[in-house]
Design a protein around this ligand. Structure first.
Ligand SMILES: [Zn+2]
Length: 695
């Protein structure tokens, strides 16, 4: 899910309908595992306690491609069968009896556990997990069914020089010569997709919420200066959500851990959110790409998703819609009302256009897009609160969470709670917002107009301009609106909407002499031709504290004023940009295509740009480096090898990009022959895709 350059990819994958085991109730699990990075294996044992609800002759656990060395029921060996998916234990079990089941196993997970680094030259070694959509049963015999909630206590043994973080509270650490065992305690049951651990080189900063919950913020030792901008407002968000939701945070502590090459923006594992280290940002990046929204979103899931969990994918709105909605409220608290309503406006526009193109989806559709689950889902709650009233809404959210805590929920459970609140029948609301496919555009825009003056002004400007005959009249109308507002969002939207010849030089001058960073950014993004009279003012953008502004300004000034290219390059030669190195990658490309710019360093620049295609860099960095090279100089064999390696990357988005680019290159005979020549020197994984294409 993303609207701009910055990508916010949330979790989309849903659990498939898992086999349900209703006659037994698993209550507690104690897990002792060793994580083995050299063989990429998990080895250990788990003890489950369960109760038999109805007499039964067999039980099973989901266990993908595991080897079991011992299986004991009530301390006695039992016979068992395994297949690629499960372990099945045949035994007559009596109603109302409690049992313990001990399993000793080795797993070699193909997914769900990711070993990053761990080769000879790697300096950045990590292991982390992603349960949702990937199945914890790849590393632990467990339950792919979200309805089976178990209290899991994780004990993990690993090299003592690393830090291990998992669900729950760290109660003990035991170290011998080389390894440490970390003991984690959970007090309440969770679905197994929320189990997680992360291992790496970390330090932590510890805060405490107003209510006394410890909040641990992890970071890489050399990232200490980025801790403040990255985790800015964390305590404020935490305190706000506890207060707004009205139910105390349900777990013992809260931890946030950045990891390399993560699959999504963030994942709300109970007490242990894992997120992409692309959000570990410096001060200057904050304005454009910060962690605030993801921070609030994953925290809101600790209630909506982790405390009360959907029965299945048809009820996914109860997780993603709610997390998106509460994150938006937290952002409103931090960035203000104008931010809140314009963000809703932006999503309403996309939802409206989808709906008009017959792509509208019901919130009850388990295959719906993330746009539906997240954004339409949040909108449904905005409108529901508007309908039943803020006070009643809050009261019933609290009731709903308390009534269903540590259990699973359906949309009907939530709706009936709300019906009690408002003492009104919500069937119209349900058919319009939940089961209906169309986006209720008219009501939504009416709501926005009534609540936001700047949006009302913008909508009337749009209406006004369509009626005007000449561009001079349009310029005048835009001028008047622009100079009469203090809303940054309105100014930005005007610049994004109207073509640059309708924006007067008076407006441009005003912007370029102001310090409204986001309006300045909108101006440069929407500029192609720079008026020579405004050249010096445009050059001031290179000093802005925004990496998006600098990237755009460098590129546009470079194109508009070839005579000053060296000057612009000198001025930005030390700027790196976001963690994905947006400015540096552009800079290297421009430096290389500029004749006579630091000619002695040409090779150095070229090697540096090429090095960013390598696997030690993030998918975002690599993708941009590949694109710049493709558009300018083409690829060496070194780049091609990195590209082939990327065709098997665990991030589906990056893998798709790499495969698309490879397909493109294969249309060229020269590249095709070079790929062929490389085959003998590739490993099996790298070979896989290109071989299938060459045959
Ligand atoms: Zn989410």
């Amino acid at each position: 899910m993303h609207y701009k350059i910055v990508l916010f990819i949330y979790l989309l994958s849903l659990s498939l309908t898992a086999q349900i085991q209703e006659k037994v109730d698993f209550t507690k699990a104690t897990l002792n595992i060793s994580v083995l990075p050299d063989s990429k294996e998990i080895k250990g044992n788990v003890t489950y306690n369960f109760k038999v609800l109805q007499a039964i002759d067999s039980i099973f656990l989901d266990a993908k491609n595991m080897t079991f060395t011992s299986v004991k029921l009530k301390n006695k060996n039992v016979t068992f069968k395994t297949n690629d998916e499960q372990i099945i234990i045949k035994k007559n079990l009596k109603k109302d009896k409690s049992y313990t089941l001990q399993l000793e196993y080795t797993a070699k997970p193909k997914q769900t556990v990711y070993f990053i680094g761990w080769d000879k030259n790697s300096t950045h070694n990590q292991v982390w997990t992603q349960g949702q959509g990937k199945y914890t049963s790849h590393w632990l015999p467990s339950f792919d069914d979200m309805n089976e909630k178990v209290e899991y206590d994780l004990n993990i043994t690993f090299d003592k020089n690393y830090e291990v973080i998992a669900n729950g509270k760290l109660t003990n650490k035991k170290t011998n010569d080389t390894s440490t065992t970390w003991f984690f305690d959970m007090e309440k049951p969770i679905s197994s997709y929320l189990l997680a651990f992360a291992i790496g080189d970390y330090n932590a900063k510890v805060l405490e919420s107003k209510s006394g919950i410890p909040i641990e913020l992890y970071y890489y030792p050399n990232d200490s200066l980025n801790v403040e901008p990255t985790y800015r407002y964390t305590k404020k968000i935490f305190d706000f959500l506890e207060d707004e939701i009205g139910v105390a945070y349900p777990w013992q502590n809260y931890k946030q851990i950045p990891v390399k090459d993560f699959l999504y923006a963030g994942m709300e594992n109970t007490t242990a959110t894992i997120f992409s280290d692309g959000y570990m940002i410096d001060e200057d990046a904050f304005i454009d790409k910060n962690y605030v929204n993801v921070n609030a979103h994953e925290l809101a899931h600790q209630w909506f998703g982790d405390l009360v969990t959907e029965v299945d994918g048809h009820h996914h709105w109860l997780q993603e819609g709610f997390a998106t909605y509460y994150a938006l409220l937290a952002e409103k608290e931090i960035f203000g009302e104008d931010y809140f309503y314009w963000k809703l406006y932006d999503t309403a526009q996309i939802l409206q256009s989808n709906s008009e193109n017959n792509k509208g989806e019901a919130l009850t559709n388990d295959k719906a897009s993330s746009l539906t689950f997240y954004e339409k889902g949040a909108w449904a709650l905005v409108m529901l609160k508007n309908k039943v009233g803020a006070k009643a809404f809050k009261k019933r959210i609290k009731r709903y969470l308390e009534k269903y805590q540590f259990e699973n929920v359906k949309i009907s459970d939530f709706i009936s709670e709300m019906e009690h609140a408002s003492e009104t029948d919500l069937s119209d609301f349900y058919s319009e917002w939940i089961s209906g496919k169309q986006f209720p555009t008219e009501k939504v825009f009416e709501y926005l107009k009534n609540n936001s003056e700047s949006i009302a002004t913008y909508l009337s400007l749009q209406k006004n301009i369509t009626g005007l005959e000449t561009s001079i009249d349009s310029i005048k109308a835009i001028d008047t609106t622009f100079f009469n507002t203090t809303s940054t969002k309105l100014k930005k939207h005007i610049l994004n909407t109207y073509s640059e010849h309708l924006i007067s030089n008076t407006i441009k001058k005003q912007i370029l002499t102001s310090n409204e960073l986001l309006v300045r950014q909108a101006l440069i993004k929407n500029t192609s031709k720079i008026d020579t009279k405004l050249k010096a003012l445009y050059e001031s953008l290179l000093n802005d504290k925004s990496y998006i502004t600098i990237e755009n300004a460098l590129y546009k000034l470079f194109l508009n004023f070839p005579e000053d290219r060296n000057l612009y390059l000198d001025k930005t030669s030390t700027t790196i940009g976001f963690p994905d190195k947006n400015v540096r990658l552009l800079w290297l490309t421009l430096a290389l295509v500029t004749e006579n710019y630091n000619s002695l360093k040409t090779k150095e620049y070229y090697d540096e740009l090429g090095s960013y295609t390598g696997k030690e860099y993030s998918p975002e960095t690599r993708e941009t480096a590949f694109q710049y090279l493709y558009q300018t100089f083409g690829f060496t064999d070194f780049h091609l090898k990195n590209l082939l390696q990327a065709t098997a990357h665990h991030s589906w988005r990056f893998k798709k990009f790499a495969r698309g680019l490879t397909d493109e290159l294969l249309k060229d005979e020269d590249y095709k022959n070079r790929f062929k020549a490389m085959l003998p020197n590739l490993n099996e994984e790298e070979n896989h895709y290109i071989k299938s294409k060459l045959n």
